[in-house]
Design a binder for this molecule. Structure first.
Ligand code: NAD
Length: 479
């Protein structure tokens, strides 16, 4: 049954006659699931105004009260766990297991950020001048616009909202037009709590219309964006007009390095898991492999077997499959085009390499290719699908040089049994994250931040929390 939703602004569900409508469908069955508004510039302005009005009182509350309000929301999320997970499966195409993990992780993340309430600290600085005290205060920035991608749509609400709210900001969230329904269900749960009106606002819409109006609104103090490099660049240009702060979590092309002394079974399993999770549509997961020539045959054999054995289909119909569909036709065409061009350029497909025709949905076979060299498009551009290109290398130094030679710098991984190689790799890899002997998956207490075109600023942990604060230094003269 398809549902229709309203924007959540100032504590009320409202629509404006100028709002358009966005249709949302299931990428596995193509069935229409519902409609959300495409917020007009007026609606966007109303949401930002509501957030502005609510912010001073919210920011003045003791932080522990803000934390309690967050915990009331996470409790609601846990109560509705199954229903929310099923909706994420339907609109995003995640497997049932991963959707349940996403909902649980979201509730845990909100609680984790709430825990910071009693640990938000300023500093007392030493002065050079007699009779002077210097305090560094941490204050909320104001109104945060959170613009979300579709790949972890539910978790990303929390990743923006929870640190923003606990530090005293208010938010306007715009989910992706591909996967907004879970966010609108989230807003209904927020509405059942005592959160003061205007602290959390949600507006539906496309990037071109609603997202662009939100980023161009001078009432926004921080744009916290997760999505593609292209959109991040566009948002930064718009933000430049008002000198609005930006926090950008963008794309990746994570290298996985497999050295000659690596545990090849562990590496093959971890790299496969890392690539097929969410059908390869994860910013930080292994997208290119550098394997030492000495173990290349053995490793590629193990990896190809695992990739080829990955099952896929409609995740709503079968809980046991390893992968669902790609998010939409454009996503499928992007993967198909990238592999077709790689083949035309003389790169060799080992397994997969084709669209999988299941009668409906946007499925692509799990694919392994051997790339001719590090300059191939399939090695350079984010594919965002279940495709692993492999380059053969001679040792750690060459692998690291190839890995670093990329416009992306989000995550990286390294497989070796030698401590010295591991530490040299960590020293020389120029990435925001490095995983050693395990698949890529960040922790909420870490700091998820990309170098180069993968982003500006970061999320999670103490450092992510402080991205939602600004400082005020106070100089007090006394006897
Ligand atoms: P996208 O850039 O197409 O869209 C992201 C969001 O931006 C959507 O809500 C969209 O409506 C909005 N948007 C589009 N144009 C806009 C504009 N002109 N102004 C304002 N908003 C606009 O990205 P996507 O396809 O939803 O997500 C996939 C991308 O996100 C991949 O590149 C992936 O690597 C990246 N990603 C990064 C991280 C990270 O933490 N670094 C996490 C998840 C996804």
């Amino acid at each position: 049954m398809s549902s229709t939703y309203q924007n959540y602004i100032g504590g009320r569900f409202v629509n404006d006659s100028a709002d358009g409508r966005v249709e949302v469908s299931n990428p596995a069955t193509q069935a229409v699931l519902g409609h959300v508004p495409e917020a007009s510039a007026n609606t966007v302005a109303a949401a930002v105004d509501a957030a502005r009005k609510a912010q001073p009182a919210w920011g003045r509350l003791p932080a522990i009260q803000r934390a309690n309000a967050l915990r009331a929301i996470s409790a609601k999320v846990r109560q509705h766990r199954e229903r929310l997970a099923a909706l994420i499966v339907a609109e995003q195409g995640k497997t049932q297991g991963l959707a349940a993990v996403e909902v649980d992780f979201t509730a845990d993340y909100i609680d984790y950020m709430a825990e910071w309430a009693r640990r938000l600290e300023g500093e007392v600085l030493t002065s050079d001048r007699p009779g002077e005290s210097i305090f560094l205060l941490r204050k909320p920035i104001g109104v945060v616009a959170g613009i979300l991608p579709w790949n972890f749509p539910f978790f990303l609400i929390a990743r923006k909202m929870a640190p923003a709210l606990v530090t005293g900001n208010t938010v306007v969230i715009k989910p992706s037009e591909e996967t907004p329904l879970n966010a609108f269900e989230f807003a209904k749960l927020v509405a059942e709590t005592d959160l003061p009106e205007g602290v959390f606002n949600l507006i539906g819409g496309t990037g071109a219309k609603t997202g662009a109006a939100l980023t161009d609104n001078p009432g926004v103090d921080l744009i916290s964006f997760t999505g593609s490099v292209e959109t991040g660049s566009r948002i930064m240009q718009t933000a430049g007009k008002h000198l609005t702060r930006v926090n950008l979590e963008l794309g990746g092309k994570a290298p996985a390095i497999v050295l000659a002394d690596a545990d090849l079974d562990l590496a093959a399993k971890a790299i496969t898991d890392s690539r097929v999770i969410n059908t390869g549509q994860v910013c930080n997961c292994a997208e290119r492999v550098y394997v030492d020539r000495k173990v290349a045959d053995a490793f590629i054999g193990k990896l190809s077997l695992r990739m080829a054995a990955t099952t896929f289909g409609d995740p709503g119909a079968d809980a046991s499959i390893g992968m669902g569909p790609l998010i939409n036709r454009a996503g499928l065409d992007k993967v198909r085009g990238a592999v077709e061009r790689a083949v035309s350029a003389g790169n060799e497909v080992i397994t997969g390499g084709k669209v999988a025709d299941l009668g409906q949905g946007f499925h692509y076979e799990p694919t392994v290719l051997i790339a001719k060299d590090n300059d191939q498009e399939i090695i350079r551009k984010e594919t965002f699908g279940p495709v692993l290109p492999i380059v053969l290398v001679d040792g750690l130094e060459q692998a690291v040089a190839y890995a670093n030679d990329s416009e992306y710098g989000l995550t990286s991984s390294l497989y070796t049994r030698d401590l010295n190689s591991a530490l040299r790799g960590v020293r020389d890899l120029e990435f925001g994250e490095t995983y050693v002997n395990r698949e890529n998956f960040e922790a909420m207490q870490g700091f998820h931040a990309g170098r180069r075109k993968s982003g500006i600023g970061g999320a999670d942990g103490k450092h992510g929390l402080y991205e939602y604060t600004e400082t005020q230094v106070v100089y007090i003269q006394h006897d």
